[in-house]
Design a protein around this ligand. Structure first.
Ligand code: A2P
Length: 270
């Protein structure tokens, strides 16, 4: 199978309606997780939290998968956080990319995990598992999130501690960032839990909500539809169960066309 190539190798074969961008950095976290950054076309506009179709030429055909854009709307580059699936049609190739390689991106971003789909509130929860943290990596770096909410609670649950590193690095980056640090202040809280290793905070987020431990750990009251808002991104089972817990608490699902108290999106995997 062809390795990812440089733009000039296949520029003639790039389909219409697609950007061909250059990888600027790649960081591997575990055998299953990596992030990469690439150039951003000047004409590409998106709202923090949206996803785009990302692809590679494999042989003479492009293969695409939906990827949440992990960088905020103001960033001059684009960032993505990906799993590596050994025989995944896209990720088996994508995991081999290096700076200088070309990645394809369809021109139109979309998605429901956007601030516009939520009614005004005070506290915003972002519930994520695994690479589901990606759209929130975008939103927690967007000043608009902090204009709209007094408190932003990012929950991230993974099987193993090493898988949390992307999230920890991100929060650290924000706290040390030239202008974000001031905008964010102490509004951002990061609640990281692990399910298959020892760690100070353990358990599935659904269990920690149901048994009240998440609220106790954070020192916040239980969900209140008048002030709490939610965004959920993870596997389909996680989405379904977290959604049910929010609904039990009286929150309703919103959309771009009809903002309400919470929104959900699938994690995009091979
Ligand atoms: P667990 O280790 O108990 O399965 P995955 O890689 O399978 O998507 O899992 C990522 C994280 O999400 C794991 O910590 C996993 O916990 C957790 N998880 C899996 N399914 C659910 C679910 N239905 N609700 C909440 N968390 C879940």
């Amino acid at each position: 199978m062809n390795a990812p190539a440089k733009t000039e190798d296949f520029v003639a074969t790039i389909p219409a309606g697609v950007f061909a961008e250059t990888v600027t950095s790649v960081q591997h976290y575990t055998d299953h997780l990596f992030r990469f950054r690439m150039t951003r076309p000047e004409s590409f506009r998106f709202r923090s939290g949206e996803f785009a179709m990302i692809g590679l030429m494999v042989g003479d055909k492009p293969i695409y998968r939906a990827y949440s854009i992990a960088s905020p709307a103001w960033d001059e580059e684009l960032e993505f956080f990906s799993i590596k699936v050994p025989d995944g049609p896209l990720t088996s190739h994508l995991q081999q990319i290096k700076p200088g390689d070309t990645v394809l991106m369809r021109k139109k971003p979309t998605g429901t995990l956007v601030l516009d789909a939520l009614t005004p509130g005070k506290r915003l929860y972002m519930f994520s598992t695994g690479t589901g943290i990606a759209p929130f990596a975008s939103l927690i770096r967007d000043p608009e999130t902090y204009e709209k909410f007094d408190e932003v609670i990012l929950t991230h649950t993974c099987r193993e501690v090493a898988e949390l590193k992307y999230g920890f690095d991100l929060v650290e980056e924000i706290r040390n960032h030239e202008f974000l640090a001031e905008v964010v202040g102490d509004k951002l809280r990061h609640y990281a839990t692990v399910t298959r290793e020892d760690f100070p905070f353990q358990g599935r987020i659904t269990d920690l909500i149901a048994n009240g431990k998440m609220f106790a750990d954070l020192g916040v009251p239980r969900f209140d539809p008048a002030i709490d808002r939610g965004m959920i991104c993870g596997s389909s089972a996680m989405l379904k169960e977290t959604k049910a817990l929010l609904e039990q608490a009286g929150l309703t699902e919103g959309a771009n066309s009809k903002p309400a108290e919470f929104v959900i999106e699938r994690a995009f995997v091979d």
